[in-house]
Ligand binder design. Structure first.
Ligand code: E4P
Length: 216
């Protein structure tokens, strides 16, 4: 499973990229606002840190506006992936951009039928929002499961990019189901390494090693 980080914070992206475990980055207008940075500048900086796709979301809600913004965004770097909302205009834009070889991430997906439409529009990625789905009384994992089944039925190449991930259990379930990618906040990704028995084990080994009086 590929790991994307869901943030526009440069230091977090650098830290995770340095581990070699980071496959891409996703941003959205809220994350850009949170960073306090200029949209185009910060996107360019992120694209220079990671080799993989960096999702940058259009702001326009109409097809013509989305195409105009996509034109600006895709000039930033070769690894920019244009993020469009799951609307008729977003799907139309997705079809036009992907026919032209541009990578497109269709975002704000909350149903398997929406995901089916995105695949038909040639999306490179579909972003089902697990956490927000759960928040509203639905099972986000059922959504991932349904999309996996449908995409496999028709051998769609659109990658399932599980989004709105809130904790490690979401990551684990996505991996079990076979989501292609997951995007999570930096703290969730860093938290995956934590286990009390790992810490305890290291502590024990260090204490015993000290008793040997040896050094390496
Ligand atoms: C995905 O691309 C979105 O940016 C993100 O995962 C949304 O997550 P949230 O529901 O935690 O805001």
């Amino acid at each position: 499973m590929k790991f994307f980080v869901d943030t526009a914070e440069i230091n977090d992206i650098k830290e995770l990229a340095a581990t070699g475990l980071l496959d891409g980055v996703t941003t959205n207008p809220s994350l850009i606002a949170k960073s306090g940075r200029d949209f185009l500048e910060v996107t360019k900086e992120i694209c220079g840190i990671v080799d993989g796709p960096v999702s940058a979301e259009v702001i326009a809600l109409d097809h013509e506006g989305m195409m105009r913004e996509a034109e600006i965004l895709r000039k930033i770097a070769d690894n920019v992936c244009i993020k469009v909302p799951l609307t008729i205009d977003g799907l139309k834009t997705c079809k036009a951009l992907t026919s032209d070889g541009t990578k497109v991430n269709v975002t704000l997906c909350f149903s398997a039928n929406q995901a089916l439409l995105a695949a038909k529009a040639g999306a490179s990625f579909i972003s089902p929002f697990i956490g927000r789905h759960d928040d509203n009384g639905f099972d986000g994992m059922d959504l991932i499961r349904d999309i996996r089944l449908i995409y496999d039925n028709y051998a769609y190449e659109t990658e399932i990019l599980a989004a709105s991930i809130r904790h490690g259990v979401h990551v684990l379930e996505c991996a079990r189901i076979g989501a292609d990618v997951m995007t999570a906040p930096p703290a969730v990704i860093k938290g995956l390494v934590k286990h009390v028995l790992t810490d305890k084990g290291i502590e024990g080994f260090m204490a015993d090693w000290a008793k040997t009086g040896q050094s390496l």
